[in-house]
Design a binder for this molecule. Structure first.
Ligand code: PBG
Length: 335
């Protein structure tokens, strides 16, 4: 008999057998996204019971520390282990030298103390960079339009001590100056903060996806761009060099940022390091999907879940994401 006339083809391997039922699909699932993987970034403002919507950043609010605490409790009760804090600084406090960054009574140290008092079981990660505090919006000290490396690092180390003193569990340098991880580690250690961790923004790209974040902080650049310190999106090997250096200098966790356009970088780094890897699903990655959802083009809950799952599949152990609450909902309803 001609085999073309048979009803069933003789194919010994049929991969669809493993996709036939939800139960089987769950058994063979290679990547599991859980609430423990997610980190929610917060924008903190002065005051009480204050919540401000952010222009061009749908669904995101600047929160005073009491409201922030409420939200942190809510997501922590659903399994989220860590939050990241970013300060919204009054324009009148922004200066060329970012002096407010070193104020021990500044908004971040005060918020860390408050959160550690009321919700000690949440891991707190604070941002170490000068851009929220500088009048020009750059991440460092500027002289004749050049962002100075070594001068900036000295301030970052002092800033790290202020945050460590307040009780931050991890400080997260996001500035991309050379040598800052080693310098900060030393400063922390000689000051007795051997338990304060460093989550380094190791491969942070000069991306066009940070605009909504800059709206949230009112930290738009007054001149130039960040290409002399943040990485060229064209480069992958350089990211591995950055991460290798940070690891040698004492970073506890290495970050790739942004995330979904840089899955190759996460994946390559996964092969190279035994350190935990964080990925930052940044403001622009979030806003694109929110906008498409509002237009009715996409279902944001599904797209965010798929995006964060892909970031984890690429090799990230944890993901900073503004979509954390949406994804928590998705995780509850899947099964
Ligand atoms: C600044 C910083 C930025 C982000 C985190 N830390 C912006 C920038 O580098 O200009 C962006 C995060 C986001 O877009 O969500 N040190």
């Amino acid at each position: 008999m001609n085999f073309l006339e048979k009803n069933t083809l003789q194919i010994p391997i049929r991969l669809r057998r493993n996709r036939r039922l939800p139960s089987i699909r769950n058994l063979i699932k290679e990547t599991h996204l859980t609430p423990q993987d997610l980190i929610l970034p917060f924008f903190v403002i002065e005051g009480e019971k204050t919540s401000q919507a952010v222009k061009n950043f749908p669904g995101i609010y600047r929160l005073s520390k009491d409201l922030l605490l409420k939200k942190a409790e809510e997501i922590h009760s659903q399994g989220v282990q860590a939050i990241a804090l970013f300060p919204v600084i009054e324009p009148s406090l922004k200066t060329e030298s970012a002096h407010e960054a070193l104020n021990p009574k500044g908004i971040i140290p005060e918020t860390v103390r408050y959160l550690k008092k009321h919700l000690p079981s949440v891991c707190i990660i604070t941002d170490i960079a000068l851009d929220p505090f500088t009048s020009h919006g750059h991440d460092g000290i500027v002289k004749e339009e050049e962002v100075l490396n070594d001068e900036t690092i000295k301030i970052l180390a002092k800033m790290s001590l202020v945050h460590a003193e307040a009780g931050a569990d991890f400080i997260a340098p996001s500035d991309m100056m050379d040598g800052r991880i080693g310098y900060i580690r030393k400063a922390l250690d000689i000051s007795g903060f051997t338990n304060t961790g460093i989550l380094s923004y190791s491969a942070k790209y000069a991306s066009s996806l940070y605009n909504p974040f800059r709206f949230a902080l009112n930290s738009n650049l007054q001149f130039g761009n960040k290409k002399t310190y943040q990485m060229d999106p064209a480069n992958q090997k350089e990211a591995l060099l950055e991460a290798e250096l940070d690891e040698k200098e004492g970073a506890d966790i290495l970050m790739v940022k942004p995330a979904s356009l840089y899955l190759d970088v996460i994946s390559k780094l996964r092969e190279k390091t035994n350190k935990p890897i964080a990925a930052y699903h940044v403001s622009g990655e979030y806003a694109m999907v929110e906008a498409a959802h509002q237009l009715g083009y996409l279902d944001k809950t599904k797209v965010f879940y798929e995006t964060l799952l892909s970031i984890k599949r690429a090799g990230a152990d944890m993901i900073f994401s503004y979509a954390t609450e949406t994804v928590l909902q998705a995780l509850k309803s899947s099964h």
